[in-house]
Design a protein around this ligand. Structure first.
Ligand SMILES: [Zn+2]
Length: 308
């Protein structure tokens, strides 16, 4: 299975609850366990400013590029601005697009009929679902999945896309950007009583109660997935957030590592059964012990690799 990664993802944002070291650690663990070999890894190119402009406003991109954010905008983003931060997020937006094309079997951009068969690829990054067209928030500068969707649908590379967002936080930026796009089905399953306070409606939103565990979560997911895949999406972006984990500092659900692996398998199998190719992106993960976050992401990649 193709795995997209760049060393540029280890953005220096100072001491922070967002562990940007996790990207490299997941890569090391995949290599160390033999789940992936060096030849499986693919280096992305950064998303171009034109590609980012299919989602983000010109004014926002100009501020991001030149460091023109106000203190209020930086506070909302919850990260310090730097050129390398912007470049890291631009690389990750390009990485999500590359992952989608690897899953589609068309790593070089190629509109037209899709190759037959099923495909899955994984991105050791991405899932910045709190970024809106005109602002960033919650550690999310550019909405990589929305950018990839817009690039692929605008170019006619795919017609129907699904987003399965299993991060513990609602995908507010994604819903606001793509929630009314007839080519896209946006599904979010999250903790209702958590950030973001305002949750714009997507195609399907499930807000779980505080403290919900494996059983309640997996039951709700199992009921929702047929609705997602009856849309016959050709491509699914799976945001496999590690933050529904019981040991997460920014989440209030109580899924176990075993439950999260079951979740991954359910989503991946449902997509495969529906003939939808899958681009996996990591999204959030803020466990008290970084090793837990890394292990959860590694398990997701392993589940995907087993199906390939
Ligand atoms: Zn999250």
């Amino acid at each position: 299975m193709r795995i997209v990664y760049s060393d540029r993802y280890g953005i220096d944002i100072g001491p922070h609850i967002f562990p940007t070291a996790k990207f490299a650690l997941v890569r090391e663990a995949l290599l160390g366990c033999g789940i992936a070999g060096p030849a499986d890894f693919v280096q992305p190119s950064p998303a171009s400013w034109e590609e980012l402009g299919l989602v983000h406003t010109a004014g926002y991109l100009e501020k991001a590029r030149a460091g023109g954010f106000s203190p209020e905008e930086i506070a909302r983003l919850e990260m310090p601005w730097s050129e390398s931060m912007v470049e890291g997020f631009r690389m990750m937006a390009g990485g999500t697009l590359r992952t989608a094309r690897e899953a589609l079997g068309t790593p070089a951009r190629r509109p037209g009929p899709l190759p037959s068969g099923w495909g899955v690829a994984a991105h050791l990054g991405g899932g910045f679902h709190h970024a809106f067209p005109d602002h960033g928030e919650g550690f999310c500068l550019f909405n990589d999945v929305a950018v990839a969707v817009r690039v692929l649908t605008t170019a006619g590379e795919v017609d129907r896309v699904a987003i399965v967002d299993c991060d513990v936080h609602h995908g507010n930026g994604t819903a606001a950007t793509l929630g009314h796009d007839p080519a896209v089905f946006t599904f979010s399953i999250h903790q209702q009583n958590n950030y973001p306070a305002e949750k714009p409606a997507g195609s399907l939103d499930i807000g779980m109660a505080d403290g919900a565990g494996d059983t309640e979560y997996l039951l709700a997911l199992d009921r929702a997935l047929p609705r997602v895949f009856e849309t016959r999406a050709q491509l699914t972006f799976y945001l496999a957030g590690a933050d529904p984990f019981q040991g997460d500092q920014l989440g209030g659900l109580r899924l176990t590592r075993y439950g999260l692996r079951r979740r991954d398998r359910m989503v991946l199998l449902a997509a495969r059964d529906a003939g939808s190719r899958v681009a996996v992106v990591l999204a959030g993960g803020y466990a008290r012990n970084l090793e837990d976050t890394v292990a959860i992401h590694v398990a997701t990649i392993e589940e995907a690799a087993l199906l390939q």
